[in-house]
Ligand binder design. Sequence first.
Ligand code: AMP
Ligand code: MG
Length: 488
Amino acid sequence: MLIPLDNSYARLPEMFYARALPTPVAAPRLLALNVKLAAELGLDAQALASPEGMEALAGNRILAGSEPLALAYSGHQFGHFNPHMGDGRAILLGEIVTPAGKRRDIQLKGSGPTPYSRRGDGRAALGPVLREYIVSEAMQALGIPTTRTLAAVASGETVYREDVLPGAVLTRVASSHMRVGTFEYFASRGEKNMLRILADQAIARHDPDLTEAADKYEKLLERIVIRQARLIAQWLLVGFIHGVMNTDNMAISGETIDYGPCAFMEAYNPSTVFSFIDKQGRYAYANQPSIAVWNLTRLAECLMMLFEPEAEAPERANAALASFRPHFQEAYLNGLRRKIGLFEARENDADLASDLLERMAVNEADFTLTFRRLCTAAQDKTADAGVASLFEDPASFAGFSDSWRARLDSEGGDPAARANTMRKVNPAFIARNHRVEEAIQAALKDDLEPFHTLNRVLEKPFEDQPDFQDYMLPAHPDERVTQTFCGT
Ligand code: AMP
Ligand code: MG
């Protein structure tokens, strides 16, 4: 069987979804198949790449055992509650259980309208599909929890946005598609029983060890809070900006989901915003932790309805939410420590790291390159020049490097080993916006070579890859991407 599907979500009450079949596309053409992911999932890549496989990935053929669904959810979009959302351009084909025993959703994105589409066409344009492919797989290679991309298929049809664009269908793989907004959907309708069924489904899927716990819904909330705290810390440590952290775009699995206007920051600036629609900078780089808490507070308001005794619910919800800060701080500070080569935790480490970050901000130093070059400087002081050259005022780096080096010396250890360990957390390669853009522009002209090359480079972000030095570099001023679009 091409994809042996099982459908636990389809066995939930009807209020959880709307049945919807993918709408066939005119002329499907396989653009990319993630062969490694297929293997992890226990799927036969060759069969998926066959005409029959491709038809399934395009939504032109319904897989045996599939019960295609569009999931219902609500969401706070830029702070405003929208009770009527749901998968408007995505269809869950079903779930598979991997050889490692993990249950994964298989979803088509851009596969045509569903009952939740409202005025949308249910389709996706080629650019955003390739963008999600590149960035989600880059996140995976960086070790950051994320939904995955199994395939991208050109539809042979056009979609009408601001321009007329070629369409495509993406196959997304996720450990689930339950979002904060899914809980809001039932809570806002006063459907306490449905909410309990959803929470139980979430526990079964992500936290099965809680099944028998007396206070399982509080524990579930706490788990989700902690997963998000760690996730957002990881985002910050690689300069990732999600761009549209609405509650419907926050997965309770703790995976990064819904790649829209996301981007990696180049010059370090905590207030960086790329998304064209984020006029107020609500989802700016440095706001991401507090926005996560805001979203999780919306989740707590839902899950609280299940807490007992009711009188203690607010207090308990607050206690679970309060675990965000310490877990975030710990993950972020430990991450920064590793980035600057500190193996021992000491009192002033946060100040030392902040000092570097502040100097980087003032001097518009490239976030990724600064940390990557710092690895060599940790081993060899003469490499300081390479780091300093990334700063507008190179002398500014010296102020940090003196105290940093004194701190490294006081810790001792083998400098070469330290540099190597640092290289495992400071990527040489991130999905730089101009490279993503270049890959998309070429693909629009039927040249997929830059897309495949970029994916290959991003598969090994922590290796030097001398043949691809240029991919390490920030955009030239004329290549710089300053705005990104949802581009749905
Ligand atoms: P997103 O920007 O991906 O978070 O999407 C927000 C909401 O709009 C979700 O409910 C989507 O399903 C819906 N949506 C986005 N684009 C389309 C489209 N082209 N057709 C139908 N619904 C869409
Ligand atoms: Mg979304």
